[in-house]
Design a protein around this ligand. Sequence first.
Ligand SMILES: [Zn+2]
Length: 373
Amino acid sequence: MRNRTARRSAARSTRGVARAAALALLAALAASGCRAVPRAGAGIQDALALGEGLLAEEEYALAKILYEDVLKSDPNDGLARLGLARAALGLGRFQDALHELNLAENGRGVDAATLQSVQIIRGRAYIRMGKPPVIVWAYLYPIWRKGDTAVKSCLDGEIKALARLVPPETEGARAVMGFVPPPRPAPLPHVAREEPPPMPAGQLSILPRARWNPSFPAKVNQMRPMNKPFRLTVHHSAHDDVDSAETLAGTARLIRGMQESHVRDRDWADLAYHYVIDPKGRVWEGRSIKYQGAHAGNEPLNRGNIGIVLMGDFEETQPTAAAVANLVALIAHLRRTYGIPPGEIYGHQDLNPTKCPGRHLEAVVKKLRAAKG
Ligand SMILES: [Zn+2]
């Protein structure tokens, strides 16, 4: 009898610990800057379900359509598998997520950075599945130990919460608690020094305008306020050579070149578009979303219309998987933020007689517009 009571109370306290740990995780994730923050006002269960945060229902639907399309022609495409894994995890389909992660790990075109993403996402899946902290620790700690500062910072929330739950003498627990993540980098006064990591597919983070535009200001007084966006339009830049967009500095120069040409040659107030996606999948802030863009053809069409441009010419060539994956992530984020329905997703040629965004990218846009939800 006493035993049973003791067991029951132990079970209760384990649940308490798990719940406290989960809340600590969420708080840390929100602070860590590498996860999306759960919706304000969500209950604890909602918040837990949103722990992965980045992928919600509609993004899952979009991701599935696109990734499954890629997988039809190449079932071993590692990035597409990773995208599906993130989508499954976002929906709490843990077994599906783990299955896709296993396929991603052995998939084609998977580089070291993508493998790290696979491991981080698998660790998060274990946490959300409620695996015992020591088991998750045994998986995640070696990844943290071998990881560079970016990986350590990204895992900082989870790993510290785990360190508090494993026995104090556990190898690495003290090292983890002693790690201080560097402050988030301030916008650089001049175009970026070289940094290796292209954004892993599906992990949306937006490079601020200051990374490409230190000194060529927009003519703010000539721009109209955007108010609440209600539609978005996808473009291609028609660059026939984007080899220099391999590096951050090279891409920054290309974006700056577009802005200068829009301002000097077209007499627009600023870069036409609100977001730029380079072939590595990096997403860059363009014209401030506070202001109406200059991309859709005329003033009425630009009203409430977010402009997104992918660098390249997609009439003859395919956009990269990384660029498409993060276009999907960006569109899902914008749809969530502004409540934009799929029917309001356009390619430039849907609004104006133009080849933009090229037939290959237009095919992607059509699928996004046809997505349910
Ligand atoms: Zn266009």
